[in-house]
Design a protein around this ligand. Structure first.
Ligand code: HEC
Ligand code: HEC
Length: 407
């Protein structure tokens, strides 16, 4: 995401020794031509990535800040700052590495009444956050969204066994493998990490550590995962210590075992042993051509998974749909389902519903343009808010609601 900035190149070249310049001009003519071309790029147009030039406004291209930092020397990137490294170095490991104790902001521990603020969040709070920021893609209770957004609950370990021992073609009636958090993921730390790193999709890294613990707790609850043998309930509060106490049902379901922290070399040895036993892979004989004779070979992976059926979530009934009465705008439900995630949040740059001024500015250009932009998208606003199941007319009704609610 950092700019490969060649704007200053000419000046830089002048500063280099003659020998270097000679080397450069003889060795990479093509590059020189490309670089020379970019020297007349205006300061407000910088590359966001690769060689593409996008117009930037106030240092931003849509949601992305463009790196306009001046650099010295040869301008192929630059050394990242400590804060930048810290911002990316947020992996969370099963042994607890990276699982935060406290809430942090810009790399610093947040203080509350002078004390470090403990990072923790309950299932109930996670449920609220989920309904506000995740449900529009991942579906109610994590059941999965339209358009292939992944389900976050409802796995079934038996289905994984089916996949490994019976190719799907053999038994078309068999349930397809359901690699869900509860049935597949070996460690709960990955869930915290994944959410913190990349979700919600439209604005990753926006959740606090406490919010991430709450969402982790909620999703484990939806997956029927226990902690110390106990089911989670709405009041359960997740923190670093409890996250470490979670044993995922499928932890031992991977074969060969590569993760052997007490003896890392053992993991490598396990893989070697596994692969050197030809009966574990393919037809069981080494082969380069015409290997598949008659039957499709079955991948014979042993698996020793326990039987785990989470998915209490999928059986639960959805909340009753609110009856449409005269008092509720016909666009309201659609707005809640497909638009509110972005349009209730100042930080995303979307005109917030209820903000008179923001919407007065939107409507100024005429309602037809506004409809057009809502349907076809504009800048960081995806076409139809990303829900392509909506008809043009439905989007218009939702926009009418947004305008109505912002008067
Ligand atoms: C705009 C749609 C969208 C929203 C909103 C969203 N996600 Fe996602 N999520 C995705 C997509 C797409 C993927 C798959 C990404 C991939 O596979 O590269 C995903 C993947 C995931 C996964 C991994 C699933 C798996 O089994 O691999 C988790 C966990 C997750 N999201 C949690 C959340 C949480 C928690 C929130 C709310 C804070 C959230 N998501 C909000 C679109 C979304
Ligand atoms: C992923 C986030 C996101 C979602 C979801 C989303 N919007 Fe937007 N929307 C934006 C952003 C960002 C803008 C501001 C775009 C700009 O002006 O640069 C915007 C702007 C708009 C505008 C103003 C366009 C204009 O002419 O200025 C309308 C109307 C709109 N959205 C309608 C909707 C509707 C209807 C939905 C749901 C069906 C929706 N949006 C869902 C992010 C989103």
């Amino acid at each position: 995401m950092y700019t490969l900035e060649n704007i200053k190149l000419k000046n830089t070249l002048l500063g280099l020794s003659l020998a270097t310049v000679a080397l450069l001009t003889s060795g990479c003519n093509n590059n020189d031509v490309k670089m020379a071309n970019t020297t007349n790029v205006k300061a407000e147009q910088r590359a966001v990535d690769g060689g593409m030039i996008y117009p930037t406004v106030d240092g931003k291209y849509t949601l992305y800040s463009v790196n306009t930092q001046e650099k010295k020397g040869f301008t192929y990137g630059r050394t990242p700052t400590k804060t930048e490294i810290a911002a990316w170095n947020i992996d969370v490991m099963p042994d607890g590495t990276g699982a935060p104790m406290y809430d942090t902001k810009h790399g610093k521990v947040v203080l509350e009444d002078g004390e470090p603020k403990k990072a923790e969040g309950s299932v109930a709070w996670g449920n609220e956050l989920y309904d506000a920021q995740c449900v529009m893609c991942h579906g109610d209770f994590g059941a999965g969204g339209k358009g292939g957004y992944p389900a976050l609950s409802g796995g079934d370990i038996k289905s994984l066994t089916n996949q490994l021992q019976n190719p799907a073609d053999d038994i078309p009636t068999e349930v397809p493998p359901m690699k869900r958090i509860g049935s597949y993921w070996p460690y709960a730390s990955t869930l915290f990490w994944y959410i913190q790193d990349s979700m919600p999709f439209p604005h990753p890294k926006s959740l606090t550590n406490s919010e991430t613990y709450a969402l982790t707790a909620y999703l484990l609850y939806e997956n029927g995962v226990k902690i110390n043998g106990e089911d989670l309930d709405e009041d359960f509060v997740m923190d670093r210590e409890k996250l470490m106490a979670v044993k995922m049902p499928n932890e031992k379901g991977f074969y060969p075992v590569v993760d052997t922290p007490e003896n890392p070399k053992q993991g490598v040895q396990n893989v070697k042993n596994f692969l050197s036993d030809l009966s574990n892979v393919g037809t069981g004989t080494r082969c380069m051509t015409d290997c598949i004779k008659g039957e499709v070979p079955v991948l014979r992976i042993k698996n020793e998974m326990n039987n785990f059926h989470p998915a209490p979530s999928t059986q639960r009934s959805l909340p009753p749909v609110e009856e449409e009465s005269g008092a509720v705008h016909p666009g309201f439900a659609g707005y809640e389902a497909s638009c509110s995630a972005c349009h209730s949040n100042e930080a995303i740059g979307a005109p917030v519903v209820g903000n008179k001024e923001a919407w007065a500015n939107v409507i100024e250009k005429g309602i037809d343009s506004v409809y057009h932009n809502g349907i076809n998208g504009i800048n960081a606003m995806p076409p139809k808010g990303g829900n392509m199941d909506l008809s043009d007319d439905q989007v218009k009704i939702i926009i009418d609601y947004m305008i109505e609610a912002s008067k």
